[in-house]
Design a protein around this ligand. Structure first.
Ligand code: SF4
Length: 374
């Protein structure tokens, strides 16, 4: 099995080897925003530390062209850790018996939004395990109440797979965006990482439906999951280029010892950042979060992502008492902080790497222009 970045690890020890071909491919990618499959694979199989620096600079420059050093903030509310799905890597999947389950009422969610609004956030990301408690009617009430009290905000839902009819109703009620990570574009890897009742095709169908309805859509994938190969990661790049989502969340696989994938190595920061950089280059205007998983993997993982090409951060505004229970992976950061503390911490981290907070709604840049022209 060709495990992830085998040659990369080997060549870290010998930085003298610089291949002109990688510089050529990075330049080509910068100019054309695409490469052939075998060219992506060549980069992943052969890139060295010095070439990584070159790739990261190219990616940062592209981000700067469209978004400069601005970082959009989204207030994240984890509304329930009940989940009926069986993602084998996830610490809140339906089989896990070691966590205490919780869910927030519409009143509690609204309270979190008000606190976030007070802190200046203009986007709320409402995230949950796949919890059937949240029927369309409950969610519509939630969306309408948020929009009535705070009409100038954007609502992002991240509630998993639902029917097209349900997505349509939630959109009609005022939802602006929907995040649904595809997790992996490799059918083999998807089937390995998920329970047999879950469907690779349905996940893709959901993303297609969301785009057709008119949402700003977010996809995304894990880096370094067990058995993942460089070929699998190239599939992610090809799929994302084709799907052309507005947002892409990239996080390292972080091993959770209560799951059936216990004992596996987690993904690494360098591998994840390389994928952040490549995604920035294939979709130059995409919204790319510096994910909490990157911050959980490395103390300055999120800052490094900003320096690489990310332009979004998601401070947590969930009730502090529930945060540790939303343990999709272990050693998650920010679980003991209040919303205020998260805001201050993130502000400091952003400033520390020469970036500035943008408290606008943070739409994809092409949509901003449409709104301006209207
Ligand atoms: S990753 Fe999401 S859908 Fe999968 S088990 Fe965890 S919470 Fe549920």
């Amino acid at each position: 099995m060709n495990y992830i970045f085998p040659k990369l690890k080997q060549k870290f020890k010998n930085d003298d080897f610089i291949s002109e071909k990688i510089y050529y491919l990075v330049d080509k990618l910068t100019n054309e925003a695409n490469l052939e499959k075998d060219e992506f694979l060549y980069i992943l199989n052969n890139i060295t530390k010095k070439e990584i620096e070159y790739l990261f600079k190219a990616s940062y420059n592209i981000k700067y062209t469209y978004y400069q050093n601005r970082v959009y903030l989204r207030g994240l509310i984890e509304i329930s850790n009940y989940c009926k799905m069986g993602c084998k890597y996830c610490g809140i999947n339906y089989k896990i018996k070691t966590i205490k389950r919780y869910r927030l009422s519409v009143d509690e969610i609204l309270e979190c939004c008000k606190q976030g609004y007070h802190l200046g956030y203009k986007t709320f990301v409402i995230q949950s395990g796949e919890d059937s408690y949240y029927t369309d009617d409950i969610l519509i009430e939630m969306i309408q109440r948020i929009k009535k009290e705070m009409p100038d905000v954007r609502i992002t839902l991240s509630l998993g797979e639902r029917s097209k009819e349900s997505y349509q109703k939630l959109f009609d009620a005022g939802t602006d965006r929907y995040l649904l990570r595809h997790e992996t574009a490799s059918r083999r890897l998807y089937n390995y990482l998920h329970a047999s009742f879950m469907s690779f095709d349905n996940r893709r169908e959901c993303l297609k439906n969301l785009k057709e309805i008119g949402y700003q859509v977010g996809a995304g994938f894990m880096v370094g999951s067990p058995t993942q190969t460089n070929e699998d990661l190239v599939e992610d790049l090809i799929y994302l280029k084709e799907l052309d989502p507005h947002m892409i969340g990239i996080g390292p696989y972080l091993c959770h010892e209560d799951t059936e994938l216990r004992g596996n190595e987690s993904g690494t920061l360098s591998e994840s950042l390389i994928m952040v950089a490549l995604v920035r280059l294939i979709l130059p205007k995409v919204l790319l979060p510096a994910t909490t998983a990157l911050g959980s993997l490395h103390t300055i993982g999120r800052e490094k992502a900003l320096k690489t090409g990310a332009n979004v951060m998601m401070p947590n505004i969930s009730p502090t008492e529930n945060r540790a229970k939303y343990e999709i992976y272990q050693n998650k950061i920010c679980t003991a902080d209040t919303s205020n503390q998260c805001r201050n911490c993130i502000e400091g981290r952003i400033a520390g790497v020469g970036h500035v907070i943008d408290l606008g709604v943070g739409d994809h840049i092409d949509l901003e222009r449409i709104t301006d022209n209207d």
